[in-house]
Write a protein that binds this ligand. Structure first.
Ligand code: 0CH
Ligand code: SF4
Length: 316
């Protein structure tokens, strides 16, 4: 039987970002240095395949520091942690390594700097997401106000509208965040903030590529996990940019082939925490069913790399 033709658009950039790459390497180095078990507080990045692979090598994933023994090393995930977490580890004289992405740490420093300057902080982010919890946790409980939408901005109660600053989660929708920032600036003209927001280069670039790809595609798949904020945003961006069917899949076995019946083109991308091997698996699944012509939709070339410490040192 001849296979039906299919144009497969592949977004670039897609998949692993520099912060994810660095965080995974830190766990691997810790396992080499200290042997198993090494504890990791929260999924190092939001990807089951990555987490399962590291677990096989001896990493133990927990949600809270209280679940770790005193005498084994613990690594904090790429999403960042509240200040209380390293403080508690230090108090217990634990060996700990912080795999927080440097671009998230930069936001932590910003939040602290604004607070030191006497400004009340507003964070734009998703309630309960570990990065939001970590960034808000740079300041004492209740000091950072969270807003998610322009509606939240309309009702947020601030101490002094003249003394305000904002920071954002790094993995938000660029367009939605612009609306929230605009609402903040309209209600609080004196508010201080970053040039635009704190969304990182990787999030921005992956959304841009999807915007270019989506209008060409009958359907689009984003390889990523259901708890991955940046991956979920790619699905939304794809749908909004005109793709009639945009779906998140963790790997090839999640593809709903019945929903794809009759398509002549498919777009594929991946969140910042999804490994290329899973993208290749998805491409392979299409190649088995269709006569595929591949086209790259490249909107940026990334060459960001974050240094992994050559020797893992724990804070003095
Ligand atoms: O997109 P989120 O923040 O949910 O996290 P991820 O899927 O693990 O991707 C890596 C980003 C880590 C922190 O920015
Ligand atoms: Fe860092 Fe951005 Fe990757 Fe998050 S998505 S780990 S902020 S580079």
């Amino acid at each position: 039987m001849t296979k039906p033709p299919l144009t497969l658009y592949l977004a670039a950039p897609r998949g692993f970002c520099a912060g994810v790459d660095r965080a995974i390497k830190i766990v691997e180095m810790a396992l080499e240095k200290w042997g198993a078990p090494v504890y990791v507080r929260h999924e190092i990045v939001h990807n089951k395949f990555v987490v399962d692979g590291l677990r096989d090598k001896g990493a133990v994933f927990v949600e809270e520091l209280s679940e770790c023994p005193d005498d084994r090393p613990v690594i904090f995930s790429a999403h960042g942690v509240p200040k209380a977490v390293p403080a508690a580890a230090a108090a217990r004289e634990m060996v700990f390594v912080d795999a927080t992405c440097p671009l998230v740490s930069k936001v932590h420093i910003e939040a602290q700097r604004h607070a030191d300057n006497g400004l009340q902080m507003i964070m734009i982010g998703h309630a309960g997401h570990p990065e939001t919890v970590g960034t808000m946790g740079q300041l004492p409980e209740g000091e950072v106000l969270l807003v998610e939408t322009p509606q939240d901005v309309a009702t947020v109660a601030v101490r002094d509208p003249q003394r305000l600053a904002y920071v954002t989660q790094t993995t938000l929708s660029v367009d939605d965040t612009a609306d929230v920032v605009a609402a903040l600036q309209a209600r609080f003209p004196a508010i201080v903030g970053p040039h635009k927001e704190d969304i990182c280069y990787a999030t921005t670039n992956r959304q841009e590529a999807v915007k270019a790809m989506a209008p060409k595609c009958d359907a689009m798949l984003v390889v990523g996990a259901p708890n991955s904020s940046n991956s979920k945003r790619l699905v939304e961006v794809g749908a909004r940019a005109g793709c009639p069917y945009a779906q998140l899949v963790q790997r090839a076995r999640d593809i709903d082939w019945r929903s794809l019946e009759g398509i002549r083109s498919i777009g594929i991308t991946a969140g910042a925490s999804a490994p290329e091997v899973l993208i290749n698996e998805v491409i392979e699944a299409f190649s088995e069913r269709y006569s595929v012509t591949r086209e790259l939709v490249e909107t940026a070339v990334e060459n960001v790399e974050f240094k992994v410490p050559r020797v893992l040192r724990t804070p003095a």
